[in-house]
Design a protein around this ligand. Sequence first.
Ligand SMILES: [Mg+2]
Length: 302
Amino acid sequence: MTADSSTVRRLERALASLRGLSLGDALGSQFFVPANYPLLKSRELPPAPWQWTDDTEMACSVLAVLAEHGRIDQDALARSFADHHDFDRGYGPAVNRMLRLIREGGDWRELAAALFNGQGSWGNGAAMRIAPLGAWYADDPEQATHQAEISAYVTHQHREAVVGAMAVAAAAALAADPAGPPTPTGLLDGVIALVPRSAVGAGLRRARDMLDYDDAGTVAAVLGCGRRTSAHDTVPFALWSAARSLGDFEQGFWVTAQVGGDVDTTCAIFGGVVAAGKTGAPPVAWLEQTEELPGWTPAQAI
Ligand SMILES: [Mg+2]
């Protein structure tokens, strides 16, 4: 089977989003390197290369499954997460353990459902990896939201984590509209319409009401910026920032990063959504300083 032109375009959009995600993740994570922190606070770039973390590694698996299956196959996604799991990429302890057990033959359905006393994880890990999927489905935002929901369950079964992934995928799909990106309000209204009622949804409504605030610190204090690493403490702020910067990756990155919190993840979400759009390409010089994507990242769909 050869890829038709629509599949080629889907993969190109998803790869553009993935590079933005990876850059946001890699440069964002430099805030946690003590020697680099003062540089970054004054908007100076740290020494290269900037290494990406778990956000990028998992996003590559999402894209690999889409390229091979044309949709999310949960068993294939679990297998890819487990096979490519690099313990040194900053995964949380629960995911580290779960991916090791899957590699040893465990069933992801049982393992993901059992996390956190049977509530499932409400962490931001399903949202941090999903923007490229949204870019893939730019011609069908409802399908983006649906496939994101399916993808989340493989590791994150709490409702808030699932809705967080749906929201980020919806945002990337809308940002990647071939007709051009929406307005800030248009983006958040579109996302709100595509996700079910939830704490994430409530946060997105507050984010929409704060789009004209120029003080990101105040917005982050209200919405959260990932300090608790939950989906509802991460996604509304990251999408607030993305909505305001669909045409300016560089400025938006600094705004997102400088409030602190779970910086690699807020910046991975920001970067993946903004870079999905025609006007959101990251600075080339920044991409050149970012660690290359892993060799198994799909360069073309079958
Ligand atoms: Mg990370």
